[in-house]
Design a protein. Structure first.
Length: 134
């Protein structure tokens, strides 16, 4: 039997997956960005998750990408961190659309708000799906 990803640690596996593509996603979305990009996670009592996040962020910040800035575990109810609530809404909407994709009920046209906030992602999904249909 092969080794489970990230040594079998599901927290580390999820965090590694995020950070693996993050530097490239930052450059693709903002090619001229010179400012540091702050990363915020919702406050959690999960010590293993915190440890995985801290270690992974530190490694990627030092070894892979100079644009990764501060890392913070924040309370989403505090005014400066209200975008964490927006991230929860985005994740919920993305989950709804992913379920529709899996069940074959994916919309042929995106709602205006979906296209504003996830347009680039949907273009990538459409490109990927079109490759499979060929």
């Amino acid at each position: 039997p092969g080794m489970a990803p990230s040594g079998g640690d599901p927290c580390r596996h999820c965090v590694e997956g995020l950070y693996e593509g993050l530097p490239f996603d930052i450059v693709e979305a903002w090619p001229d960005c010179k400012a540091l990009v702050s990363i915020f996670y919702e406050q959690t009592s999960n010590i293993e998750l915190k440890k995985s996040v801290l270690e992974t962020h530190d490694r990627y910040e030092k070894e892979y990408h100079p644009l990764l800035g501060e890392l913070s575990f924040a309370r989403k109810t505090d005014a400066p961190h209200l975008p964490l609530q927006a991230a929860d809404l985005a994740a919920g909407r993305f989950n709804q659309l992913a379920e529709r994709l899996v069940t074959g009920k994916f919309p042929t046209e995106l709602a205006h708000l979906d296209s504003l906030f996830m347009g680039h992602l949907f273009r990538q999904i459409e490109e990927s799906l079109s490759r499979f249909k060929k």
